[in-house]
Design a protein. Sequence first.
Lengths: 177, 127
Amino acid sequence: MPTGLLAVWWVIASEIVIFGGLLASYIMHRLAHDAWQIQSANTNTTIGAFNTFVLLTSSLTAVLGHQAAEKGNGKKAARFLVFTFIGAITFTCVKAYEWSTEIAHGYTITSNTFWSFYYTAAGLHALHVIAGAIIMLFVARKAAKNIDLHHVELIGVYWHFVDVVWIFLFPLLYIAK
Amino acid sequence: MSADGHHDINYVRVYLILLALLFVSIIGPEIGIQAVTLFTAFGVALIKAYLVVKNFMHINVSPRYVTYLCATTLVFMLLFFAGTAPDVMNATGDNWRKPLWEADAAAWAAGDHSDPRAPDGAAPAHH
């Protein structure tokens, strides 16, 4: 296995502990407090579902970019990475709209423990989305010149992990009401 | 099949399955049966995560130690859950109590389901 790919898997393993611990804490408190279902009823399922759709679609473009890179087609790989980047920006913009609406309704990170978890978990995830989007631009720029095409796989694996985290955040924060 | 074993995957097909599962996870809770909600929300999430990890991240064709590495961190997470849940999820223990939690639980049991953040104590604002 290439060293870079191994490093990405190490990062993912450590991220599993970070997000896993956060989600485990959320589940414990959610099960212990019936009143949390009142708070969680205020999250917007439509927005959560749309963002899930966006991330799943961006995962598809990321893996198609990887496929193109493996065939040595740097320009095609770069194009798919740009599509993935657009997905990341869409996700972030929708998240910004969602948060501003919730804050306008009085639901802030200090409202109560549910909203503290909500903003911490979704915020940490959003930071990973933004970081991934920035890295993706650099990788796409190089890939377009057929340089370091193996980096397309590295950012792709990271991006799919970000998708997997959201796959678990979505039912926890938006479905289980 | 290619040497590393993941070139034959139809990624668009996997994506369409993921979208179908997303639809199921949204529709499931509308039925109103708790067991169905739990399965369609979390069972389907597990299936979706498996599909992404297997088909997009290609963990099945990565060296076995990658799976062991991720599995080890998952086990540590479960140990964390098992170790802390008994204290976190109970309002009282042998030598400790959580008075605020007890008050919340008593208010909930007494039928006080008001949302402190809703205007004038009204029902939660769905938006």
